[in-house]
Design a binder for this molecule. Structure first.
Ligand SMILES: NC(=O)C1=CN([C@@H]2O[C@H](COP(=O)(O)OP(=O)(O)OC[C@H]3O[C@@H](n4cnc5c(N)ncnc54)[C@H](OP(=O)(O)O)[C@@H]3O)[C@@H](O)[C@H]2O)C=CC1
Ligand SMILES: CCCCCCCCCCCCCCCC(=O)[C@@H](N)CO
Length: 357
């Protein structure tokens, strides 16, 4: 009996090993033809998947808009670490040059290529298209395009100037639409790649003091879902990045005149470092996920606010189907706390005003 068990165990493990090797060889042989696997559902064991995906990234070309600062720069650093050729895009050349030096410092291979492009992505479309496509001609087929340019100007609607409104619409919405339009055809012709649209948790929940900003970020959600539908049959994956408050230069700038209500409500989803957020966005993009966020509240909101967004794996779909109802109840509690914050800030402001008079 003992002898039979040993034989059975040996034969089973032999068959399993052989089938794993066979699957790997077939996948490797089939997939190796693709220059880039980003977003590909490489259905082999996790270890082999990581090896093949990361192997395919070496010397693949990535473009990161808003890559001279904050979250965009951190994503560019992650790409450089695993061997990608990286181009960062922004307006200010001094910041681009210093960011590029930092990114070069993270490279893993001597012949990785790095470049920067100084262009206003919300400016003339033909200039944007020419600039981005010249870089592609120079650096090779585009594998991953990350839209990270954006900014927030905080304040109640009556306090936001029409100039600020146009600035947020141009920077957050027009720049992403124009930059993506400029490269999408190239990616479709290649038949592979990934596009990241950086929105915000404020695209799931309109926030006091971020009315116009939330509008631009809600719009990016619709843009990402539609783009995902348009590109999925061309082997392209779209990732919608939904960061909570992230401690970047942009965050420091927007905090200068941020209403207390906005600060206290946004704090609900905590404050993260750009490294944490950038690493998560990069990893989720490699995994071909549609939603990318960090933190408990962020993940709860992607389950609750899924709507008609594409799901990436069955567990995510099951959570959305069975948890959306109860999460709706939980959001009532959050709305109750937000209302309390807003009432208290209003009362405090009135007391302060009365004490002054
Ligand atoms: N920080 C946060 O709390 C959160 C940020 N986000 C989003 O993440 C993204 C990055 O934010 P963050 O890292 O804080 O921002 P930063 O201000 O740190 O960086 C923004 C980058 O975008 C570039 N940029 C801005 N406007 C343009 C333009 N018209 N054309 C080309 N490049 C432009 C800037 O460079 P230059 O000025 O030289 O052009 C800079 O490189 C934004 O879309 C933001 O809305 C979302 C949620 C939270
Ligand atoms: C379903 C149960 C959980 C519900 C939790 C609700 C929490 C809402 C918090 C919203 C935080 C918005 C941060 C915006 C950050 C941003 O974009 C600004 N820094 C501008 O850059």
């Amino acid at each position: 009996m003992e002898h039979n068990n040993i034989m059975f165990a040996l034969i089973t493990s032999g068959v399993l090993t052989l089938s794993l090797v066979l699957v790997t060889v077939l996948k490797y042989k089939f997939i190796a033809k693709k220059k880039c696997l980003l977003g590909r559902h490489v259905i082999v064991t996790q270890i082999i998947k990581l090896y093949i995906v990361y192997w395919s990234i070496i010397f693949s070309f990535f473009q990161v808009t808003g890559g001279s600062s904050g979250i965009g720069k951190c994503i560019a650093l992650e790409a450089a670490k695993i061997g990608a050729n990286v181009t960062i895009v922004a307006r200010n050349e001094n910041r681009l040059r210093s960011a590029l030096e930092e990114i070069k410092g993270q490279c893993s291979y001597n012949d990785q290529k790095f470049n920067y492009l100084s262009v206003d992505l919300a400016g003339d479309y033909n200039m944007v298209k020419t600039t981005l496509n010249n870089a592609i001609d120079e650096m090779g087929p585009l594998c991953l395009f990350i839209n990270c340019a954006g900014m927030a100007i905080c304040g109640t609607l009556e306090d936001i100037s029409s100039n600020d409104i146009m600035k947020m619409i141009n920077t957050n919405l027009i720049s992403t639409i124009q930059a993506t339009k400029a490269i999408v055809n190239e990616m479709k012709q290649n038949g592979y790649g990934s596009i990241v649209i950086t929105s915000s948790l404020a695209s799931f929940c309109g926030i006091y003091g971020l009315s116009v900003y939330s509008a631009t970020k809600f719009a990016l959600r619709g843009f990402a879902e539609a783009l995902s539908m348009e590109t999925k049959n061309f082997g392209i994956k779209v990732t919608l990045a939904l960061p909570p408050d992230t401690d970047t230069p942009g965050y420091a700038n927007e905090s200068k005149d941020k209403p207390l209500e906005t600060l206290l409500i946004s704090e609900t989803a905590n404050l993260f470092t750009p490294e944490e957020v950038g690493r998560q966005i990069f990893q989720d993009t490699l995994d071909g996920r549609f939603f990318s966020t960090v933190g408990f509240e962020g993940h709860m909101m992607t389950i609750f606010c899924a709507g008609m967004a594409p799901y990436t794996f069955y567990l995510e779909l099951i959570c959305q189907v069975f948890c959306a109802g109860i999460l709706r109840l939980i959001t009532v509690y959050y709305q109750f706390t937000f209302d309390k914050i807003i009432k208290k800030c209003k009362l405090d402001r009135e007391h302060l005003k009365n004490n002054k008079t």
